[in-house]
Design a protein around this ligand. Structure first.
Ligand SMILES: [Zn+2]
Ligand SMILES: [Zn+2]
Length: 268
């Protein structure tokens, strides 16, 4: 059984076959999916999607991506809190910093990052962190936010689509964060990433696709979807020298711990 920790199935690219994409995932052993809503416009849609009858258990995360950081000035964060209190909302994210692609200023991004971390703290939810070319600032902000908390409270977040070096990985692990691995692990050019991941305990890794983006190697250039997570699981097994069953089992348990959910919750 596999756990997809990061999907964007509410993206318009799935408008024609969202249900069958979930069915294909379920068929491939993916029984739990966390849908990541990354902007205020997508929150309601993700909430409704998670409440519908699906072939897999769908949960959602309520996020405010750094790409939209210039929109926060008049934003009422009470709206975010109210929606994120939904029982199927298991995390705040994705949130974070993107110095590679985002047009919003670093100042705006850091302000939004702090604001959304506060929301997560107030609601006692784990966080899904997006970090692109912003490792030092991400660690500095996470440290200032989480350093006062007890160890138990610390283990509640994931650096999604991890792509940093060993130093960054260690900094994140020290804070108790999980690392999310996806399609790029399978790319021939990603030797450096595989070397880092080989040195991270399997107990700290979760699987994700970030679909419709970042398809694993066999599907490069095509739309990604949750059923493809098995290619990432296979590559992770190879990289960490574990059997596929063990990789699936351990990463599944990690994701349940991260998001504080069990299989039975929605189907009971
Ligand atoms: Zn992201
Ligand atoms: Zn994403």
């Amino acid at each position: 059984m596999l756990f997809e920790t990061h999907a964007h199935l509410c993206d318009p690219q799935f408008d024609l076959d969202r249900g069958s994409a979930v069915a294909r995932a379920s068929e491939a052993g993916v029984k739990t999916i966390v849908e990541i809503a990354e902007s205020p416009e997508s929150w309601e849609k993700a909430k409704n999607f998670s409440g519908e009858k699906n072939d897999a258990d769908i949960f959602w995360a309520c996020g405010f991506h750094p790409h939209y950081a210039d929109r926060q000035s008049n934003f009422d964060f009470e709206t975010m809190k109210a929606l994120a209190r939904d029982e199927n909302c298991v995390a705040i994210g994705e949130i974070g910093l993107d110095y590679a692609k985002s047009e919003a200023s670093k100042e705006d991004q850091m302000a939004l990052f702090r604001k959304t971390l506060e929301v997560a703290g107030e609601l006692d939810k784990p966080v899904v962190i997006h970090c692109r070319d912003a490792q030092a600032d991400t660690l500095r902000i996470l440290r200032s936010f989480y350093s006062g908390l007890s160890r138990r409270e610390l283990c509640m977040g994931v650096i999604h689509c991890f792509s940093g070096d060993m130093n960054f990985a260690e900094g994140c692990l020290d804070l108790g964060f999980y690392l999310g691995v996806d399609g790029p692990l399978t790319y021939p050019s990603a030797k450096g990433l595989r070397e880092v991941i080989a040195n991270v305990p399997l107990e700290k890794i979760v699987l994700e696709t970030d679909c419709p983006y970042l398809p694993p190697q066999p599907f490069r250039g095509k739309r990604n979807e949750p059923s493809y997570i098995k290619w990432i699981a296979e590559k992770l097994s190879e990289v960490s020298g574990k059997r596929l069953e063990e990789t699936a089992l351990v990463t599944h348990a990690n994701a349940q711990r991260l998001f504080r959910i069990r299989n039975e919750i929605k189907h009971s």
